[in-house]
Design a protein around this ligand. Structure first.
Ligand code: SF4
Ligand code: SF4
Length: 356
C-alpha cells in the first residue's frame, strides 16, 4: 500500500521568499512612513533603505488573463513583486521613486484605479457566496462592482474625514464582518418548506440543530417524515437553508437588502464597535442595485460634509447622536430598527446584542 503523506500543520507559509528583497532585509526595522499621494505609501527603514507601495483596485473576481496582465505590469514597471490585500487590492512594491509615476500610469491605462489608501473609500470587503457558499441570497460581488462604479472618485481621492471601510455580505449570517457601512442580505419571512423534497434530500437532525432559536421540529406531513417551523420563534436568519435546501428562504419578493452603519474592527483611535441597522427592506435589485447605491452615497455625502477631520463614521455618529444621524441622512427611523427580541437573552447569541 502506498505511504500516506502526513499533513503539514505549519500554519501560514513563510512569506519571505515572495517578498521584495528590501522588505526582507529591513524586516521589522521600519522607522517612518508617509502617504505622498492617494494610493501610494512610502516607508523608510533604519538602514536608510526606502520603499514605495502602489495600491490599485481590481474587479475582485479575476480570470487568469487579468492576473497575467497585472503580473506583466509588475515585471515591466515595478520590481516584480506584488501582494493582494484582504479587499483584493493589488499592491506593487518598488525601491526606486522614479518607478512610481510610470507604474501608476500603466495601471490606470490598463483600467486598474490607483487609490484606496488613508482617508479614501477603500475597496469593499465582501463575501462571495454566489461562487462557493451554500446560503447566499444575493451576488455580493455584483453589489461591489455596482457600488465601486459609483464610488470611483472617492477611491482615487482622499477626501473623506477618515478612512471608510465598506463590506457586503451575501447572507444574513454575514461572514463579511464589521464595517463603517455594511450591505447585508435581509430575509423577511420564515422559510417555506417543500415537504415532498425533505424526506429525499434533507439531513433532518442537522437542520433541527442548526436553528439558533430552536424553531424547527421534526414532523410527519402527509404520512412522510418532514419538518415544521414555529414561525413565531423564527428570526428569518437563513441558517436552516444550507443543510436543507427544501427550507426555501430565498425569495425575489421577500429577500431584501439592509444597510448597517458604524462598525469597526480595529482599535485605532477608538474602540472596536458593532455596526447598527439604519436602512431595511431595500430591494435586492440585480444587476446594479440602484436603491442600495443611493442610500450608501447619501450616508457618505452627509458624513463627508458633517464629520470633523479624522472622525471615523462611528466617532461622528457618537458625537452627533443616532437621532441626528437619521435627521441628517433623511433615512426613516422605524420600529424595525429597535431590537426588541427577548429570545437572545437565553441563547448563545446574547453577547452580541444591545438590549431594549
Ligand atoms: S455571507 Fe453568508 S452566503 Fe456569503 S459567503 Fe458568507 S456565509 Fe456564505
Ligand atoms: S430561518 Fe433561522 S430561525 Fe428561522 S427556522 Fe431557519 S434557522 Fe431557524
Amino acid at each position: 500500500m502506498a505511504e500516506l503523506r502526513q499533513p503539514i500543520e505549519s500554519g501560514a507559509p513563510d512569506p519571505k521568499p515572495y517578498m521584495h528583497p528590501v522588505m526582507v532585509k529591513n524586516y521589522g526595522k521600519w522607522v517612518f512612513h508617509s502617504h505622498p499621494r492617494p494610493g501610494v505609501l512610502y516607508h523608510r527603514a533604519e538602514s536608510g533603505d526606502e520603499i514605495w507601495t502602489v495600491k490599485a483596485g481590481t474587479q475582485r473576481q479575476m480570470d487568469t488573463y487579468t492576473i497575467r496582465k497585472l503580473a506583466e505590469i509588475a515585471d515591466k514597471y515595478g520590481d516584480g513583486y506584488v501582494r493582494f490585500t484582504a479587499r483584493s487590492n493589488i499592491e506593487y512594491m518598488v525601491a526606486d521613486e522614479k518607478k512610481v509615476e510610470p507604474l501608476i500610469k500603466a495601471l490606470t491605462e490598463a483600467g486598474f484605479p490607483v487609490g484606496g489608501t488613508a482617508n479614501s473609500v477603500s475597496m469593499v470587503a465582501h463575501t462571495q457566496g454566489w461562487l462557493h457558499c451554500d446560503i447566499p441570497g444575493t451576488d455580493a460581488s455584483g453589489v461591489v462592482k455596482a457600488l465601486m462604479d459609483e464610488l470611483y472618485d472617492e477611491f482615487v481621492k482622499c477626501e473623506m474625514p477618515n478612512r471608510v471601510k465598506l463590506s457586503t455580505s451575501c447572507c444574513e449570517i454575514n461572514c463579511g464582518g464589521q464595517a463603517d457601512i455594511a450591505v447585508i442580505v435581509q430575509h423577511t419571512k420564515p422559510p417555506k418548506i417543500n415537504h415532498d423534497l425533505v424526506a429525499n434530500v434533507c439531513e433532518r437532525p442537522a437542520v433541527v440543530a442548526r436553528c439558533p432559536v430552536a424553531a424547527i421540529r421534526p414532523a410527519l406531513v402527509n404520512g412522510k417524515p418532514s419538518l415544521e417551523v414555529d414561525e413565531k420563534k423564527c428570526i428569518c436568519c437563513g441558517a436552516c437553508y444550507p443543510p436543507c435546501p427544501p427550507m426555501q428562504i430565498n425569495d425575489p419578493e421577500h429577500s431584501k437588502i439592509a444597510i448597517w452603519v458604524g462598525g469597526k474592527n480595529s482599535n485605532a483611535r477608538s474602540r472596536p464597535t458593532f455596526h447598527k441597522l439604519v436602512a431595511a427592506g431595500l430591494p435586492n435589485n440585480a444587476p446594479r442595485w440602484p436603491e442600495v447605491s443611493a442610500v450608501v452615497k447619501k450616508i457618505l455625502s452627509v458624513y463627508k460634509a458633517d464629520a470633523r477631520p479624522w472622525e471615523r463614521m462611528r466617532d461622528w455618529i457618537d458625537r452627533i447622536g443616532w437621532p441626528r444621524f437619521f435627521e441628517k441622512t433623511g433615512l426613516p427611523f422605524t420600529k424595525y430598527h429597535i431590537d426588541d427580541w427577548k429570545g437572545h437573552r437565553v441563547t448563545f447569541n446574547a453577547s452580541a446584542h444591545i438590549r431594549f
